[in-house]
Design a protein around this ligand. Sequence first.
Ligand code: PLP
Length: 406
Amino acid sequence: MAKINQNFLKLPGGYLFPEIGRRVRAFSAENPPMPLIRLGIGDVTQPLVPVVIEAMTKATAEMGVKETFRGYCEETCGAYDFLRFAIQNDYRARGVDIDDDEIFVSDGAKSDCGNIGDIFDVDNVVAVCDPVYPVYVDTSVMAGRAGDYDAVNQRWTKLHYMPCTADNDFTPAIPDKKVDMIYLCFPNNPTGAVATKEQLQKWVDYANAVGAVILFDSAYEAYITDPAIPHSIFEIPGAKTCAIELRSFSKTAGFTGTRCAYTVVPKALERDGANLNKLWNRRQSTKFNGVSYVIQRAAEATLTPLGKAQTGETIRYYLRNAQTIKKGLAEAGLTVYGGDNSPYIWASTPSGTDSWSFFDKLLKEACVVTTPGAGFGPSGEGYIRLTAFGDAQATEEAVRRIQGIL
Ligand code: PLP
């Protein structure tokens, strides 16, 4: 009989968003008094920008002509040079030198942040922020790196949790023990916090000192407005010997349904006598056949000056929504975080209300869908997350409704 990976059986029944979906569907079936406004799941709502559509249309036409048709991409791991060079130039514009063969193009940062675990031993100690983007935790469980679930403490026994709360400004403390793989995400999902150069330098120094690897998720770097905040871990001296960076076009250019991302694995990164760039290259070229030509052309277009200008306009639209939510909830008496360099707003629930109860109240009384902080980890209790990815008018209406019930 085929035996299955028992780790999958340890996972809780549903990922957070299916449970939210279940509650929203149940409520919708009761004929809600107003149309629902969704500020819950972090999915974009604005259409792709014109340069992207033009690039896709042109590339699609090329696929219909014998001379320009493309089959399997034979360049590095299914990534065309034109896109890797465009990404390389984008890093250069921020003063970061990355070799083109350190850039691996993929279909998403979600896949990459789970798949990257393939090149690490099962016995590594994984450190995660609490609250956290659930994918880091669930993929660690699937890989057998998380141990067992301790329902009382709501924690996986082998993971090292780094609480991020208002008390520490949502900034994780350097572990007081040795850990091996560290997932960091800045600007942070869900708290909207960012990390300064000085804070990241401490992580890089720690990782180099103990031989850990930082898995730095900068999926939201395009939302940074403060010029002093680094966009990439590779802006920090020493990062190339201890960090892997995960990036995505999803939130930068509205590619959540288009799918394109990339991961940078420096050639200087060695652990356990092995070169991680070579291992990841081997893993990707064996298990992944690349992103379609049409989509890679679309991604390239976002990195041109016109593409930057057009996607920048969309990002500013979402950041204005973030300010609407932040100011509106503060006026309603909630303590509000994030939203300045991030599309996420993290708000304290009124005292004495747990995050699922507050989620239910906002759903049933204001018909606004949010995300309960507890779904991101035990330290998320007492908070809710709202996203700025909605329509501007709907966001204003959602804020008015929330103010009306608080
Ligand atoms: N990383 C973080 C922190 C995210 O919040 C998300 C999506 O919400 C992703 C990665 C996934 O990005 P992608 O759409 O590229 O898979």
